[in-house]
Structures are given as structure tokens and as C-alpha cells.
Write a protein of this length. Structure first.
Length: 108
């Protein structure tokens, strides 16, 4: 089940919800047809609950929002990028919960 703390972002509100956020934001660049993306979705929901108020966990569908994906060089999915103060800080490609948790722990 998706967490109510997960933030859905799009090309139109990426700047506002991610780059201008006062909290670090981990963005999951995903697609509905992507198996590994579906695999890590429950884990990301758990992180969104666990880090509420410290780190935002956001999802961006690359099929519907090609500008943001292109802007940050997303070539494979899932790609997860951590943004802090409007800057890309860290990036990982693939469904590796250990790497993803490490990124969020470091930002919290």
C-alpha cells in the first residue's frame, strides 16, 4: 500500500516540490511497466513514513514526465536521485534497498 507521505511529482511541479523543498528529497524515477520499480515501491513507502519530516520521498513517472527525466540524465529505471537545497547530491540506479537507505540515512 502506498504511503500518504509519498509525494507524486511531475514536470510541472518538480521545481516547487523538489528543487525548492526545505527538506532533502529522494526522487524515484519510475514507470508503471518496470518490474524492479514495482519491487521497491513498498520499501519506498516505508521510508516515506519512517523519515517523515526529515526527508521527502517522491515518485516521478518517466513515461508521463520526460522533461525532468531528461534534465537529470535518467537513462535506466529505477533511478533514484537525492536532491538537497535544489542540487543533485547522490544518484543510484537499480532496486537496491541497501544503497537507497544509505542515501536517505545520510540526508536525514
Amino acid at each position: 500500500m502506498a504511503s500518504e507521505n509519498l509525494v507524486i511529482v511531475s514536470d510541472s511541479d518538480f521545481e516547487e516540490k523538489v528543487l525548492k523543498s526545505d527538506q532533502p528529497v529522494l526522487v524515484d524515477f519510475y514507470a508503471d511497466w518496470c518490474g524492479p520499480c514495482k519491487m521497491i515501491a513498498p520499501f519506498l513507502s516505508e521510508l516515506a513514513d519512517e523519515f517523515q519530516g526529515k526527508v521527502k520521498i517522491a515518485k516521478l513517472n518517466v513515461d508521463q514526465n520526460v522533461q525532468a527525466a531528461s534534465r537529470f540524465g535518467v537513462r535506466s529505471i529505477p533511478t533514484l536521485i537525492l536532491f538537497e537545497k535544489g542540487q543533485q547530491k547522490e544518484m543510484t540506479v537499480g532496486a537496491d534497498p541497501t544503497k537507497i537507505r544509505h542515501m536517505v540515512d545520510g540526508a536525514a
